[in-house]
Design a protein around this ligand. Structure first.
Ligand SMILES: Nc1ncnc2c1ncn2[C@@H]1O[C@H](COP(=O)(O)OP(=O)(O)OP(=O)(O)O)[C@@H](O)[C@H]1O
Ligand SMILES: [Mg+2]
Length: 272
């Protein structure tokens, strides 16, 4: 049973020691990794996925339950406790979605009796995150960016059912982020998101801050930020509505402006 993952600090890009020397993640934690482009976020989650043991360019080490992870995690894909959804998802497979999922479910589920229910639950999960539902007969290569992301998140959470899920930049894909976080929190796992999105960062338990290839800080979301998160989410939704109006050839008016201004006062009120 996995209870904790530990990241032991290594070196940043300039070869200087990383400021944060140790981070412990507990089962159930939702964690963000934030930092400018090129600051080493993807590199950090790759270290976790590889169970780095001082053998990657960063020199970091990853412990599971306080110890070096057993070799079987690296050697047997079916026993690997980590699912990674990368920044670039290009499918090589043009199988229909339902065939892809059931093949994967067959590999993962021991006796095969669970396959149909796993596939149905995975599709239902994915479709809660997308605007346009995924049709089980469509080919994997035909899915939109958002549908692909949603399907991979659902697949990692339900079919793989690994205790640790790593997601590199979920926000570009146009999926319902607040709902994704809500749904994911119902599953007791360690979720680590690389994100540029304040909404995801504020809904996390804490955020790991990267700069120049190294971890510089760990910030726990405090009560004020938690409160503020709801305002940020509504503001983000309001901006999405504006985007949608423009996308559909509409014009913005006074009501849209008022809608946006109301969030400034609401945000201020959260800090009173
Ligand atoms: N600790 C490190 N030591 C040496 N090289 C590093 C280190 N961290 C990152 N790098 C290198 O820096 C480059 C950028 O890192 P990375 O791709 O992880 O950034 P990122 O934060 O994910 O950027 P983006 O937001 O654009 O996805 C990569 O070539 C990576 O190999
Ligand atoms: Mg990256």
């Amino acid at each position: 049973m996995i209870k904790t993952i530990t990241i032991l600090g290594g070196r940043g890009k300039a070869n200087a020691e990383e400021e944060v020397r140790r981070i412990d993640l507990q089962m159930g934690d939702v964690v963000s990794i934030v930092g400018p482009t090129g600051s080493g976020k993807t590199t950090l989650i790759n270290d976790i996925e590889l169970f780095a043991d001082g053998d990657t360019p960063t020199g970091r080490r990853i412990l599971i339950n306080g110890e070096r992870p057993p070799a079987v995690y690296r050697e047997d894909p079916a026993r690997n406790p980590i699912a990674l959804i990368t920044q670039h998802t290009n499918f090589l497979s043009d199988l229909p979605v339902c065939v892809f999922l059931s093949t994967h479910a067959h590999i993962r589920s021991m006796d095969g009796s669970q396959v149909d229910s796993l596939v149905a639950r995975t599709l239902a999960f994915a479709n809660q995150l997308t605007g346009e539902p995924i049709i089980p007969e469509s080919r994997m290569t035909e899915l939109s960016g958002g549908q692909t992301r949603a399907l991979l998140i659902a697949d990692a959470t339900i079919v793989c059912d690994t205790p640790i899920v790593l997601l590199d930049e979920v926000e570009n894909a146009g999926i319902h982020r607040t709902r994704a976080l809500e749904l994911l929190r119902r599953h007791r796992k360690i979720f680590i998101f690389v994100t540029h999105d304040p909404r995801i960062a504020l809904l996390s338990d804490f955020r790991i801050v990267m700069q120049g290839g190294g971890i510089t800080k760990v910030i726990h979301t405090d009560a004020a930020e938690h409160k503020f998160a709801a305002t940020v989410s509504s503001l983000d939704d309001a901006l999405s509505r504006l985007r949608e109006t423009i996308r559909l050839g509409g014009r913005l008016g006074k009501a849209d402006f008022k809608d946006l201004v109301s969030f400034t006062t609401e945000g201020e009120a959260a800090y009173q």
